[in-house]
Design a protein. Structure first.
Length: 327
């Protein structure tokens, strides 16, 4: 049985892009793999966070994990900061990393915006991400395509250390990347990825949005002047994005949706997409409401942290022994 690890930051509202690109994969993987899923709260403080809001978001994401279908009896669900091994291994890996490779990280370039000085956490957080993965002898990491560079760094670090000591200190993981057709873009700008931090709230659909908010976002989504409903990422990125959303939530192939709306205008198509999306998200909102403030949630996180600590402690004993740390 393969071991799977992945995590989501507790910043902002989880949107349908996060769900279709990552969380849905998490659920699919848990039946045939040993799955470990984390709320990566330590990653979120690379930029300043309001403490009370951060605590709220941590529990929100944990509840959403379970609301979308993650089962604590099948998967280990926990909060990153409750397992000291993440920080411990991150330092060991930092000492085996190079400033050149970290400075080439695309997301560091984007977030530092060319400034001479940027928060050190933004520079080193790919190493913490590598520690998250390697701590659990992970075989598979389900992530979005934008994380490919970070997975490669993780693999490079594992191979570098294994070669240095001429033994298998770490499992070298493989990324499981979402299909390009399932990538969900911003509703107001289909050239940009849907984002939790975008200033326009109608650029995204959050999993907990009320039906009215979902309707406003979809009905105002950017399309084009052609008036025909067909999939064409180059010429019709807006409609193609909406077709991807419709397909993902309805289970219908894009080709079948195109035939269904042949000769129809964008208004009718969008109206039906609203209904499809609202129906798909309703069970998630209902389940979230049941567990968000429940003992079921806190018990699941406590049990998950205990299981994660048990695994991570064995890894850190092996790593410290290999590096000659401790007495």
């Amino acid at each position: 049985m393969k071991r799977v690890f992945s995590g989501v930051q507790p910043t902002g509202n989880i949107h349908i892009g996060n769900y279709l690109g990552a969380l849905k994969q998490f659920v699919e993987l848990q039946d045939e793999n040993e799955c470990i899923y984390c709320i990566v709260d330590m990653h979120s403080i690379t930029l300043p966070q309001e403490p009370k809001e951060l605590k709220k978001h941590i529990l929100d994401v944990a509840a959403l994990y379970m609301a979308v279908g993650l089962d604590p009896k099948k998967s280990t669900i926990f909060v990153q900061s409750q397992v000291p091994g993440h920080a411990q291994l991150s330092w060991v890996l930092t000492c085996s990393s190079y400033t050149g490779e970290l400075s080439r990280m695309t997301q560091f370039k984007d977030k530092s915006k060319g400034k001479e000085s940027a928060p050190a956490g933004i520079f080193t957080y790919p190493v913490l991400m590598a520690a998250d993965i390697l701590l659990y002898d992970t075989d598979i990491v389900p992530v979005g395509n934008d994380q490919k560079q970070h997975i490669e760094l993780c693999r490079d670090l594992a191979i570098r250390i294994n070669n240095r000591f001429d033994k298998k200190v770490f499992v070298v993981p493989d990324g499981r990347f979402m299909k390009s057709g399932a990538r969900i873009m911003a509703l107001d700008d289909p050239s940009a990825k849907m984002s939790k931090s975008a200033p326009n709230p109608k650029s995204r659909i959050s999993l907990l949005d009320e039906p009215g908010a979902i309707k406003k976002a979809i009905m105002s989504a950017t399309t084009d002047s052609e008036g025909t409903i067909r999939f064409d990422l180059e010429e019709k990125p807006g409609i193609s994005n909406l077709l991807n959303i419709y397909s993902a939530f309805s289970g219908l192939a894009v080709e079948d949706i195109e035939k269904k709306y042949e000769g129809c205008g964008y208004g009718a198509f969008k109206k039906d997409l609203v209904e499809v999306t609202v129906d798909a998200l309703a069970p998630i909102r209902e389940r979230f409401g049941e567990i968000r403030n429940s003992k079921e949630l806190t018990d699941a996180l406590k049990d998950g942290a205990e299981k994660a600590n048990a695994i991570s402690e064995k890894t850190m004993q092996r790593v410290y022994k290999t590096f000659g740390l401790g007495i």
